[in-house]
Design a protein around this ligand. Sequence first.
Ligand code: SAH
Length: 215
Amino acid sequence: MVDSHRHKGLRQQLVNELKSKGIKDEKILDAFLNIPRHFFLEKTFADWAYKDVAFPIDADQTISQPYTVAIQTALLDVKKGDTILEIGTGSGFQACVLYYLGAKVYTIERQKKLFDKTENFLHSIGYGNIRTLFGDGYEGAPRFGPFDKILLTAGAVEIPEKLIAQLKTGGIMVIPLGEGDLQTMLKITKNEDGSLTKEKFGHYRFVPFLKGVQL
Ligand code: SAH
């Protein structure tokens, strides 16, 4: 895999585009400037990596649109040392962004083939410290929790209680919520008394959050 000057130039253009769309956090922009997103797509589609669009990857899944990754990351308010659980590893790109920001990252994928491929891939590009888990994200990862932050990258129809239970007090969950094609981006904060504060941040399109695993 080659990361050329041309790719770096394309990344700078993408960063400028994200800035113009309202992404201000320098560390997040820095992640986009430094992580070679074209590695995450099939070689023939490498040039699509730096357009602000979602793109199909293996197993009928998608790598989220850069702007969506940036927004979800911004809403998580990632602090160095945060323990973060991502549901829906997919290409692994979002996990790399979180890792780049200094978080300890656990990520779960339900599709075995995609899981195997992405796990190997993350090692091959030097992101092997991201903990990849094969399983059903509805169950979370209780063995490794509770988490400071939980991020869903698939569209859920309800707030998964088991995941709320794995969130620390004061923790944040970002979850695209809603039936059908369009989800509302929700930021949930778990308060001292166990209550949840919910804030909405616009509409996005996600692949569905499915129950069980696929071998
Ligand atoms: N974060 C990804 C985007 C992935 S798309 C990236 O940066 O590329 C959503 C992913 O969620 C898909 O790979 C899908 O297989 C996975 N998914 C859906 N339901 C799941 C579940 N219950 N547990 C784990 N992963 C799930």
